[in-house]
Design a protein around this ligand. Sequence first.
Ligand code: CA
Length: 227
Amino acid sequence: MNILVVEDERNLADAICKILDDAGYRTEVAYDGDMGSRLAETGSFDALVLDIMLPKKDGIEIVRDLRHAGDSTPVLLLTARTATSDKVTGLDAGADDYMTKPFENDELLARLRALTRRSGDVQLDVATFGDLSLDLATHDLSCGERSTHLSSKEFEVMRTLMASTSRVLSKRDLLIRVWGTGSEATENSVEAYVSFLRKKLHHLHSGVHITTLRMLGYRLEDLGYLE
Ligand code: CA
């Protein structure tokens, strides 16, 4: 399970990541609201832990933007003890829960468990775009009657593209989202998997294409049925 932690106090951010890593979660961290928002928009996290007071873009704005974009990823807000109005504003903006700093490790883990359980009940198990549907449990990509199985990396790349159709994803974005920051994979790996996926889309006779935007990256586009 992937958790994004957005917190500008580096010691606290790193401590939260350590707690989550030890509990078996995979974590990504962002130290400012801008980067946090960009990572969150890739749609590849099971939950977000967002501090409210952040440089560049605050936690409440991040939640609001995600919800406006139709993203229902569970959000746990971190608030300073005194800021009661922040809690209300945060929940109104679409956050699922909040926690007051400082907090106990067990409380953080318990709240995250509750949030991700809740999302498991309501989240769609199929992602769709154009004529495509991607089964998030079996990793089968389907178009009409045709269907093909995706390898785990193909699945992660496809899911990331499908979750971010409103923006261009750079090779670096995909590399970080799919392989993580500590991986030895390179942008060549991204190119290779995009090429595998293009063959599969062709095989499925899908009208959805992975478009290359020169110097920028990739975007999924629905060009309709082309045959
Ligand atoms: Ca802060």
